[in-house]
Write a protein that binds this ligand. Structure first.
Ligand code: GRF
Length: 185
C-alpha cells in the first residue's frame, strides 16, 4: 500500500506538481494544503483530482490554524507531511505531533546556506557548486537529517535567477525519488 502524503505549499507549487506526477507504489498524494488560499498550486491540484485544504492563519492565529491543518491531514489519512515551498515556520508543537514524519526540500547543499536567499549567498561567497537537499524537519530551521541531495555547477555568468532555475530542475527530480525511498522505509 502506498503511504499517504500531505503536501504543504504557499506558492506556485512546482515541487508539489513533481511529487504528484511521480507518485507511484511507494506514496500517493492524499491532500494538498496551503496557508495561502490564493496559492496557484491549489488550482492545479484540484484540476488533477487531489483534495485541497486552504486556510489562512490571519485572524485566527497560529495555534488554531495549525490545529485545523493537523486535523485535515489526519482526516485525509496522511502519514507523511511533505513541505514544498511552504513559507511558514511550523510550531514546535506541530513538529512534535508529526515527529520524524515531516520532510522538506531546501535549495542548498545543507548544512550550507540554511534559510532564505540561498542562491545569491552561494554566488556571493564564490562557490562553484550548489544544489538542493531533502531533509527531515525538526524544531531547528533546515537542520534535520539530510535524506538526499543533488548537485549542480555554478557557472561564471550565473545570477541568482539562472542558478535557481538550474537547481529547481534538480529539485523536481530529487524530491519524488527521495520521498519514495523515505515512504518505502
Ligand atoms: C523551491 O526552491 C524550494 O526548494 C523552496 O521554495 C521553492 C518552492 O518552489 N523551499 P515551488 O513552490 O515548489 O515551485
Amino acid at each position: 500500500m502506498p503511504k499517504k502524503v500531505g503536501i504543504l505549499i504557499s506558492g506556485r507549487g512546482s515541487n508539489m506538481m513533481a511529487l504528484v506526477e511521480n507518485a507511484g507504489e511507494a506514496y500517493e498524494v492524499a491532500v494538498v494544503a496551503s496557508d495561502k488560499p490564493e496559492a496557484p498550486g491549489l488550482t492545479w491540484a484540484l484540476e488533477h483530482g487531489i483534495p485541497i485544504f486552504a486556510l489562512s492563519p490571519k485572524g485566527i492565529g497560529k495555534p488554531a490554524y495549525e490545529a485545523a491543518l493537523s486535523a485535515a491531514l489526519r482526516e485525509a489519512g496522511v502519514e507523511i507531511v511533505a513541505l514544498a515551498g511552504y513559507m511558514r515556520l511550523l510550531s514546535d508543537e506541530f513538529v512534535a505531533d508529526w515527529r520524524g514524519r515531516i520532510v522538506n526540500i531546501h535549495p542548498s547543499l545543507l548544512p550550507a546556506y540554511k534559510g532564505l536567499d540561498t542562491h545569491q549567498r552561494a554566488i556571493g561567497a564564490g562557490e562553484t557548486e550548489a544544489g538542493c537537499s531533502v531533509h527531515i524537519v525538526t524544531e531547528e530551521l533546515d537542520a534535520g537529517d539530510v535524506l538526499g541531495q543533488a548537485r549542480v555547477p555554478i557557472l561564471p555568468d550565473d545570477d541568482a535567477e539562472t542558478l535557481a532555475a538550474r537547481v529547481l530542475a534538480e529539485e523536481h527530480r530529487l524530491y519524488p525519488r527521495v520521498l519514495a525511498e523515505f515512504a518505502a522505509r
